[in-house]
Design a protein around this ligand. Structure first.
Ligand SMILES: C[S@@+](CC[C@H](N)C(=O)[O-])C[C@H]1O[C@@H](n2cnc3c(N)ncnc32)[C@H](O)[C@@H]1O
Length: 353
């Protein structure tokens, strides 16, 4: 009875009414959209099921609070669209999410997840080889959207990867409307308010490497991987590869200053303890094994050759074994996640247009 009273109201909510500018293509006619979904992207998408992906909950609540009717959210570095998957079922009014990412493999999975949802659009941020830089987001968005601007911008679990933070934030400033909110989260920055015993999640990889080096040096079964340990040039190349994926952490203050200097006001910073399951983290490291422990067996990106099947098995074993030694007898470990909320300055001028 109660349901039949409620249903007509829900059905009247025009959630499919388009918020996109006229002529805007949700799915661009580009090569990556015609590829099959890739296994690496599909594997990453599984983190949605991991306990440590509770880290998205504060951002989900923030978006649901500030994304108004007919507004557009730009999910920058949106990956496979996990944030969108959590937000969209809860939005009862017309709104749009534009997922922009640098990885065609991740974006392709996002497309698979939301292909028929008119509220979701996709844009690839390309690496400009000749200029050795990523496109800025205003080079990626259509002129009609640049004119309209987006209303809210999220970046979850990614800001620590931006090697050119200031340029990235300047571009965000150009595409976000004045007064619009930026909602950022990361488990990979140095927060002076983190609690004792909390990990910076990617720092575990440095420890895994140290443990693996010790094991390889001591255990005859891994003798074949010792030569590379005594080759500083190769080890350095492997370290550089590792640090591309698990980037060295920067302090919170660096991010706050960068926001303030690029035209944003930092409204709030808070942190949360997130519990990461050892088994789930091991699963993610299996997906990123080449970034985590490439010197075991070598890498196409360093030696020009992928590891043999045997070496890959040893690498995966060493990752798991090192994790076990790091967190002996524990099912999970505590991590500190930091949330930064900013507002684009200049809203007074905008309101008076
Ligand atoms: C850990 S994933 C997070 C994805 C998604 N936001 C989430 O929370 O599941 C990091 C994302 O950042 C993207 N990324 C990596 N380097 C980047 C860069 N320099 N600029 C922008 N995005 C980048 C990756 O392609 C990936 O989708």
């Amino acid at each position: 009875m109660a349901q039949s009273l409620i249903r007509p109201v829900i059905e009247e909510i025009p959630t499919t009414q388009s918020v996109w500018p006229a002529g805007f293509e949700r799915v661009p006619d580009e090569e990556w959209t015609r590829q099959d979904p890739d296994e690496f992207g599909l594997k990453y998408d599984e983190v949605d099921q991991h306990g440590w992906y509770k880290n998205l909950e504060p951002t989900v609540a923030q978006v649901l609070t500030c994304l108004d009717e007919n507004e557009i959210l730009l999910d920058y570095s949106g990956g496979t669209g996990i944030l969108g998957r959590r937000i969209l079922p809860r939005i009862q009014h017309p709104a749009g999410i534009l997922i922009a990412d640098t990885s065609p493999k991740f974006l392709r999975v996002a497309m698979e997840n939301f292909r028929d949802d008119e509220r979701v659009a996709f844009r690839l941020i390309r690496w400009l080889k000749d200029q050795k830089r990523l496109q800025s987001i205003d080079e990626v968005l259509d002129p009609s959207l640049l004119d309209r601007k987006v209303d809210v911008l999220t970046s979850t679990n990614a800001i620590h990867l931006y090697y050119n933070l200031e340029e990235t934030l300047q571009a965000w400033h150009r595409v976000l409307r004045p007064g619009g909110h930026v909602l950022v989260s990361s488990g990979n920055l140095i927060n002076p308010r983190s609690r004792k015993g909390e990990w910076i999640i990617d720092e575990t990889v440095r420890h895994i490497n140290e443990i693996a080096i010790e094991v390889v040096r001591q255990e005859p079964a891994f003798e074949q991987y010792r030569a590379v340990l005594d080759d500083p040039t190769r080890m350095d190349a492997h370290r550089r590869l590792r640090e591309k994926v698990f980037v060295p952490v920067r302090p919170l203050d660096f991010y706050l200053r960068s926001f303030e200097e690029t035209g944003f006001t930092v409204l709030d910073v808070f942190e949360m303890t997130i519990f990461a399951g050892v088994e789930e983290w091991a699963q993610l490291l299996r997906t990123y094994h080449d970034g985590a422990l490439s010197w075991v067996g070598g890498s196409e990106k360093v030696e020009g050759q992928a590891p043999s099947a045997d070496a890959l098995r040893d690498r995966l074993f060493l990752i798991r074994y090192a994790l076990e030694k790091l967190f002996t007898g524990r099912d999970e470990f505590e991590c500190c996640w930091t949330y930064i909320t900013c507002q684009r300055r200049g809203w007074r001028q905008w309101a008076g247009r």
